[in-house]
Design a protein around this ligand. Structure first.
Ligand SMILES: Cc1cc2nc3c(=O)[nH]c(=O)nc-3n(C[C@H](O)[C@H](O)[C@H](O)COP(=O)(O)O)c2cc1C
Length: 238
């Protein structure tokens, strides 16, 4: 079965970007795709050490580090598409997501070893959530860099909100996120010669149904973990 990987660059599993990402993944599932969500704050990802600049480049998949970043590179190689969601931190994606992008050089740099970029042909969409300004800039950055690594982009590939952790109540952003999920899936179907959507769908019933499903998931998650955060904020010693 085809797989779409959700990459969450927020320390909040069900914050604004996490919630919209879950909407997008549910929409992709409705088109028959398997989905998986990876949270970048769950474990440390070593920053890129710039091997690509060495005289004899050693920058090669799966990268020199045997860490959580390598596990994610495996998943990125195997998935057919990605939906990347991030909070806006100073007009840009979050730090761990930028670190992952740098580490993705190991996928892209396979061109130096006579192979195609391992990102080539992956269908991608992005979601960015801020509380003020910069969501479009951060999203544009993500789409540009993923495309520069070889990814393909469907129409309406960027959903964003400026409503911070309340983004799940931003009707337009929820509909946009659902479209990111269905259009990434739709592009993958089209590339394989199958029928798939490539036009924006405005469907308040679908929007409300998917939002309710994410809210229910969030309630179950809060009942189990009792907290919004993966980070150490507020804990002693943090
Ligand atoms: C370090 C930091 C920088 C931030 N910079 C911006 C910014 O430039 N623009 C903005 O709109 N919001 C900014 N915010 C607010 C976050 O984007 C906002 O809280 C958002 O809800 C976080 O997404 P999340 O709920 O998915 O974690 C910043 C927050 C932090 C912690």
């Amino acid at each position: 079965m085809s797989k779409i990987l959700g990459i969450l660059g927020s320390p909040h599993s069900y914050g604004g970007s996490g919630s919209l990402l879950r909407c997008a993944l549910l929409a992709a599932q409705e088109l028959g795709f398997e989905t998986e969500l990876v949270e970048l704050y769950r474990e440390r990802i070593e920053p890129c050490r710039g091997c690509v600049q060495d005289e004899e480049p050693t920058c090669k998949y799966p990268c020199i580090f045997e860490d959580y970043g390598r596990e994610i590179l495996f998943k990125l190689r195997e998935a057919d598409g990605y939906i990347v969601a991030s909070p806006v931190y100073w007009y840009a994606p979050s730090g761990p997501l930028k670190i992952l992008i740098d580490r993705m050089t190991a996928l892209e740099n396979m061109v130096a070893f006579g192979e195609p970029s391992y990102v080539e042909g992956k269908a991608v969409g992005v979601i960015t959530v801020g509380a003020d300004a910069g969501a479009t800039l951060a999203g544009a950055y993500l789409l540009t860099v993923l495309n520069a690594m070889g990814a393909i982009i469907p129409p309406w590939a960027h959903a964003y909100s400026h409503r911070g952790k309340e983004a799940l109540f931003d009707d337009r952003a929820v509909m946009d996120a659902i479209n990111v999920g269905r259009l990434v899936a739709g592009l993958l179907l089209r590339v394989r010669g199958q029928n798939g959507p490539l036009t924006y769908l405005d469907d308040p019933d679908l929007r409300d149904r998917i939002r309710t499903a994410v809210l229910e998931e969030k309630r179950r998650w809060e009942a189990q973990y009792g907290s919004e955060r993966l980070s150490l904020c507020g804990k002693s010693g943090a």
